[in-house]
Design a protein around this ligand. Structure first.
Ligand SMILES: *[C@@H]1O[C@H](CO)[C@@H](O)[C@H](O)[C@H]1NC(C)=O
Ligand SMILES: *[C@@H]1O[C@H](CO)[C@@H](O)[C@H](O)[C@H]1NC(C)=O
Ligand SMILES: *[C@@H]1O[C@H](CO)[C@@H](O)[C@H](O)[C@H]1NC(C)=O
Ligand SMILES: *[C@@H]1O[C@H](CO)[C@@H](O)[C@H](O)[C@H]1NC(C)=O
Ligand SMILES: *[C@@H]1O[C@H](CO)[C@@H](O)[C@H](O)[C@H]1NC(C)=O
Ligand SMILES: *[C@@H]1O[C@H](CO)[C@@H](O)[C@H](O)[C@H]1NC(C)=O
Ligand SMILES: *[C@@H]1O[C@H](CO)[C@@H](O)[C@H](O)[C@H]1NC(C)=O
Ligand SMILES: *[C@@H]1O[C@H](CO)[C@@H](O)[C@H](O)[C@H]1NC(C)=O
Ligand SMILES: *[C@@H]1O[C@H](CO)[C@@H](O)[C@H](O)[C@H]1NC(C)=O
Ligand SMILES: *[C@@H]1O[C@H](CO)[C@@H](O)[C@H](O)[C@H]1NC(C)=O
Length: 761
């Protein structure tokens, strides 16, 4: 198993050896939805949406199951005689999942009452230090005010959990709230006041019947502990990043819904988990997985999240690891909080020193004390040959024995460079990132003294090699270094907008810590030297999502009456736009990140707790929004679970949704939108307007001040976007856009909305 399979099979089978940055190569092919080769070749799991029978509510779930059964063939499926029915849904959609042959599926489509039949896809799975980086302190602020998230329940849809990990101790925690209705399905272990529920919904992918909710790959343990892990002292990985590990909401409860294995996550299982979670009584749902672009009525996460939203539950999802390319965003429904990934101010430094005295920063988790850092000969197989990538079988001991070897990460790289160099008796390795990752690096545990350097640093090393007949180099291990002032920066892999399904919604919504995040891990990293650690360091939007989920749980605790849209708005309008040194947040190129990478900015929990104003959205607004997407009655029926016909009155353009950010497609004429804010700050308050218009557009706002005299009072304003002399216009295939923002500023609060204008010919 190497880097290559990384993307498809959940990061974790190969643990952190797998380079997330490298996995992005395969994003377009691997992440785009692999059909599982189910052993019983002709049978596949299909998701079938049907019209909701009248009276289904009063007739109960048994009636519903019988109704669903009436659609499926009476015979069993395949040689193993598996049951036809995989899942019966009753909350988030009207329908079921069943094992069918393609012919049976075709026949099903013709049946009365059937809205849609689709074979399921398998979606890929997409911190000691982060709390203090996010300015969460034990003694004061949002942690204290929220009681560390006490009483709030976070549902996690992932690969299960390792319940015995110290991060899931329930010390200091109350019993679950009375509303909790979930179940605990461990065998031999029981749930506690931290993990209050755990179930396995993986029935469609693995043949293993009723496997437990135990995490066998590590991803779910890592994400759950990031959201709500309890305090664990002296957490570290190979001695690095040592400190107290703790989740964002240390006293929030966890409800675990296992939907993924090392193969991926079946859509029908994801739907089943949502179906149960919304009934169990969770407050927030965290989903670190997803599958690229799909219409909302075909996307189980969007469908599950829609019902969750109606019940007051906020769903938070990873944006995907498809960056730095545009339109790579996953989980883009506006009722979801979509989270991109950024760096934190910690690096596990391994500096490369060249023979000419130049020093270049790199990272490595394995930092052997025995390596004495004297200069040794540096070798590199020039050019794009297999040995430049240190592919297996390409290095000869005669050439590399006792030397330090420069290896490049290639498109088909399998993450074995270190092993290859070690096996050929090399003394150390410099691993150079790919071009599109530019200045970014991540820390991995290599099997020999090594430093992973950025592409930019790699170029400098190459040119040094060219400049001398006897190149020399060594590595200086500096351990854990805190205070990187260019943090946070958008990670190269973090997926970017615009959002193809709905260009009027700016996505991702926010960014949060997602690079080299240390969190709980089920097993010791056995193939690594000195590894008894039960913590592991991973990177990905999978890691940034649970940070946001934990913070949302804190807000749910301090503001129990806020709707999902209000919590989302609070997190977005209060986000940071500057890095630690006060400059605009960078991307992997060390230039200010553009609006499709950064959106509202970097999550700031303390400010989110007191946002001043919020943009709220009601279910009926989302329905008008869906009508504006021109969905058919049948498609709307799947989302709304009832017959619905859009009328002119309840139909508006997607940019009109009362969203905390603006995304406007502009051609030759002006467009005007109305927004409504709700006062959740100070009863008597006045807000003044501040606008920075995007290049190529004029923005005018009416009125230019908002005055409130009461809490919960609302105020409306309208914004008109006009192109400047016809706008900038499209330039070849290059997307032409402008970015700016508008802010409502009072003496206590700043409420900021980013603005993206995309010019269309
Ligand atoms: C981690 O930090 C704690 C407390 O500061 C210390 O006692 C412990 O030895 C450290 N562990 C490592 C591996 O550095
Ligand atoms: C450093 O290590 C190398 C290889 O292990 C050894 O040859 C050399 O003598 C060492 N130098 C010092 C100053 O210890
Ligand atoms: C390195 O050598 C070990 C032991 O001989 C072998 O098992 C492993 O496959 C080799 N690794 C590579 C990448 O060649
Ligand atoms: C190094 O020299 C080789 C051969 O002259 C050339 O192809 C390559 O571009 C040079 N690389 C750098 C980084 O200067
Ligand atoms: C919906 O249809 C109307 C009228 O045909 C069109 O103006 C509008 O652009 C369409 N909206 C979308 C999102 O396709
Ligand atoms: C929604 O409004 C647009 C623009 O006014 C119109 O073209 C479209 O036909 C309407 N759709 C429905 C379903 O009424
Ligand atoms: C707000 O101001 C109004 C008028 O100035 C005053 O009557 C009211 O008591 C104030 N409300 C609060 C909560 O201070
Ligand atoms: C506030 O807005 C109103 C309406 O646009 C305007 O009449 C008034 O002058 C504004 N006040 C300030 C202080 O700008
Ligand atoms: C604001 O509205 C919420 C929800 O309607 C309500 O629970 C809360 O008490 C209200 N707050 C005030 C100060 O009126
Ligand atoms: C198109 O846009 C790119 C990037 O903004 C710019 O570098 C290039 O010069 C433009 N080309 C033309 C023909 O304007």
């Amino acid at each position: 198993m190497g880097r290559k399979e990384c993307g498809a099979l959940a990061i974790m089978k190969i643990m952190f050896l797998c380079n997330i940055i490298a996995m992005l190569d395969l994003f377009p092919t691997v992440v785009s939805l692999i059909m599982v080769d189910e052993k019983q070749s002709s049978f596949q799991t299909y998701i079938i949406y049907v019209e909701k029978p009248e009276d289904s509510v009063t007739l109960g779930s048994e009636y519903l199951s019988n109704y669903y059964e009436s659609f499926v063939p009476l015979t069993k499926a395949g040689l193993n005689e598996q049951p036809r029915m995989v899942h019966s849904y009753r909350n988030v959609v009207s329908g079921f999942a069943a094992r069918l042959t393609p012919d049976e599926a075709k026949a099903m489509e013709e049946k009365d009452g059937v809205l849609s039949v689709r074979s399921q896809r398998i979606l890929p799975l997409h911190t000691t230090h982060t709390p203090s980086f996010l300015r969460l302190h034990r003694g004061f602020g949002v942690w204290k005010e929220s009681n560390f998230g006490k009483g709030v329940i976070i549902g996690v849809l992932d690969s299960g959990i390792w319940p015995d990990h110290p991060s899931f101790s329930d010390e200091g925690m109350p019993s679950p709230p009375a509303k909790w209705k979930g179940k605990c399905e461990f065998i031999g272990t029981t749930c506690n006041n931290k993990i209050i529920g755990a179930r396995n919904f993986q029935h469609s992918v693995e043949e293993v019947e009723a496997s437990l909710p135990v995490d066998e790959i590590g991803h779910g343990t890592h994400t759950a502990s990031t959201a709500a892990g309890n305090f664990v002292e002296d957490a570290n990985l190979l001695g690095n990043a040592n400190g107290t590990a703790v989740g964002m909401a240390p006293y929030a409860h966890l409800a675990i819904y296992k939907v993924c294995s090392d193969i991926g996550c079946g859509e029908s299982d994801i739907l089943a988990a949502f179906d149960v979670a919304v009934e169990d009584g969770v407050d927030v749902i965290s989903v670190s997985l997803g599958g690229g672009y799909t219409s909302f009525y075909e996307d189980p996460i969007a469908l599950g999240a829609f019902t969750a939203m109606q019940l007051g539950i906020l769903v938070i999802c990873s944006a995907g690891n498809g960056g730095p390319f545009r339109y790579s965003i996953s989980n883009m429904a506006p009722w979801i909080l979509t989270v991109g990934a950024s760096t934190i101010d910690r690096s596990i430094k391994a500096v490369v020193r060249l023979g000419n005295g130049e020093e270049l920063d790199g990272e490595c988790l394995f930092q052997p004390k025995s390596f004495n850092s004297t200069l040794i000969p540096l070798v590199y197989a020039n050019g794009k040959t297999a040995s430049a990538y240190c592919d297996p079988g390409t290095l000869k001991a005669a050439n590399v024995k006792g030397k330090i070897v420069l290896c490049e990460i290639g498109i088909t790289s399998e993450g074995k460079e270190g092993e290859v160099v070690r096996n050929a008796s090399g003394a150390a390795m410099i691993l150079m990132n790919q071009e599109r990752d530019v200045f970014s690096t991540i820390a991995e545990a290599h099997v020999l003294p090594a430093s992973q350097v950025s592409y930019a640093a790699g170029l400098k090393i190459k040119s040094y090699i060219n400049s001398t007949s006897e190149p020399m180099a060594t590595i200086l291990f500096k351990g854990t270094v805190i205070g990187e002032s260019s943090a946070p920066a958008v990670a190269s892999f973090s997926s970017r907008g615009p959002c193809a399904e709905s260009p009027g919604i700016l996505k991702p919504d926010i960014i949060g810590p997602g690079v080299s995040i240390l969190a709980a891990w089920p097993f010791p990293l056995a193939d690594k030297p000195r590894s008894k650690s039960t913590f592991n360091m991973l990177s990905g939007t999978s890691m940034s999502c649970p940070h946001a989920s934990g913070i949302a749980a804190l807000l749910k605790s301090t503001h129990p009456d806020w709707s999902p849209a209000a919590i989302k708005s609070a997190m977005m309008t209060s986000a940071d736009e500057l890095n630690l040194e006060g400059k605009p947040i960078f991307d992997e190129k060390l230039i200010p990140a553009d609006i499709f990478a950064l959106d509202a900015g970097h999550v700031n929990p303390s400010r989110a707790n007191d946002p001043g104003l919020v943009y709220d959205v009601k279910t009926r607004d989302y329905i008008s929004y869906l009508c504006g997407l021109n969905y058919t009655d049948r498609q709307l029926g799947i989302i709304l679970q009832r017959k619905f016909t859009c009328l002119k009155v309840n139909n508006f353009s997607d940019s009109e949704l009362n969203y905390p950010s603006f995304s406007v497609v502009l051609s030759s004429s002006s467009r005007t939108f109305t927004r409504q804010v709700t006062n959740v700050g100070v009863a008597n308050s006045t807000y003044a307007l501040e606008v920075v218009a995007p290049d190529g557009a004029v923005v005018s706002v009416r009125p230019n001040n908002l005055t409130f005299t009461e809490l919960n009072q609302t105020a409306k304003y309208s914004v008109t976007f006009s192109p400047l002399s016809g706008g900038i216009g499209r330039n070849g295939s290059e997307l032409t856009f402008g970015q700016g923002y508008l802010k409502w500023v009072s003496d206590k609060h700043i409420v900021r909305s980013p603005i993206a204008v995309v010019f269309s010919a």
